[in-house]
Design a protein around this ligand. Structure first.
Ligand code: ADP
Length: 320
């Protein structure tokens, strides 16, 4: 029977990571397994920054955004010698297995560690919803609600000033945050990496909304890393009677207290990860598929195609 596990958060932080840490700690202790928090992701693992956690150490964190154990990026973790150092640190601290919370980069690290004899289980902690082995990632729902609140406010001022608001949201090459936010806010246009971007077509659609549909305002939600939102807003001002204004939401999307959905998701997933490790499973990642908490090998998860969102985009088109 496994005696001691570790838990870490890695890559970009997301609301609900703390709820997952709490679940891992308390679920392990309830099963008679000790838990060490590893600070600052794989960086802290290599440096041996880890401490034993008691039940009380995770009191009052379920409602807090961010991660109380810190997160970091360590590109050198791809190097075998660096991972060997990490394995030595884990062994000297008696840590036999680890729950890692992060995105697909974090999953790759977990797979590499498992191949070196340290069983790892990955939990999807990212606001981007870009991990196809789970219908939803921990933090997506909270970020989505943050985005919606901001867009609803922009709508008020847009309609008062015959404005076209271009709102850039995060997503890291995944359009889910833009798509779900656009659907939730009744945006006129949703631009995502999956649907592609042709500037002339976007400007033509805006002109149509302005001249033919006589819209008082228009909201364009666009995923980050597609085009410069400010430049797009300027062009909209040039080709239509709208005054184009860009808002780049940035890191406010990452913060805040997790929603009930994210807290429950993180809690269920954290508990499941401990159960897997207690059963000797490693190299898997946990996901929620059709409301069931499940797991699959990380290499299968990383090979999954992106989700097809064509039907949701078509639904949006019908409602504009
Ligand atoms: P995310 O987990 O959110 O995708 P990153 O891509 O930054 O974030 O990955 C987080 C960390 O995971 C990296 O800083 C690195 O330490 C580790 N990592 C990423 N890719 C690999 C890999 N191929 N092998 C080993 N470790 C990796």
């Amino acid at each position: 029977m496994i005696k001691r596990i570790g838990v870490l958060t890695s890559g970009g932080d997301s609301p609900g990571m703390n709820a997952a840490i709490r679940a891992v700690v308390r679920s392990a202790l309830a099963r008679g397994i000790e838990v060490m928090a590893i600070e600052d992701g794989y960086k802290g693992m290599v440096e041996g920054k880890m401490r034993l956690m008691e039940r009380r150490d995770v009191s009052d964190i379920i409602l807090r955004g961010g991660t109380i154990i810190g997160s970091a990026r360590l590109p050198e973790f791809k190097e075998l010698a660096v991972r060997e150092q990490a394995v030595a640190m884990l062994k000297s601290n008696g840590v036999e297995a680890v729950v890692v919370i992060g995105g697909d980069g974090t999953y790759r690290g977990a797979m590499a560690l498992t191949a070196m004899g340290i069983n790892c289980i990955g939990l999807p902690g990212t606001i981007d919803n870009d991990v196809p082995s789970s219908d939803y990632t921990i933090g997506f729902d909270t970020a989505l609600n943050t985005v919606i609140e901001a867009i609803d406010k922009l709508r008020d001022t847009s309609s008062s000033h015959h404005r076209c608001s271009v709102v850039e949201v995060m997503g890291n090459h995944c359009g889910d945050l833009a798509l779900f936010a656009g659907l939730s806010c009744g945006a006129e246009l949703i631009i995502t990496p999956e649907q592609g971007y042709v500037e002339s077509e976007v400007l033509e659609k805006i002109r149509h909304l302005d001249e033919v549909r006589k819209k008082r305002h228009a909201i364009v939600v666009i995923s980050e890393k597609i085009t410069d939102a400010n430049a797009l807003a300027q062009k909209i001002s040039t080709v239509s009677s709208f005054s184009g204004r860009a808002t780049v939401l940035g890191h406010i999307q990452r913060g805040g207290s997790p929603t009930a959905f994210d807290r429950v998701l993180a809690t269920r997933m954290g508990d499941y990860a401990v159960e897997l490790l207690a059963n000797g499973v490693g190299g898997h990642c946990v996901g929620m598929i059709d409301n069931e908490i499940t797991s699959m090998p990380i290499d299968d998860a990383l090979a999954l195609p992106r989700r097809d969102r064509t039907a949701l985009h078509a639904l949006h088109e019908r409602l504009i």
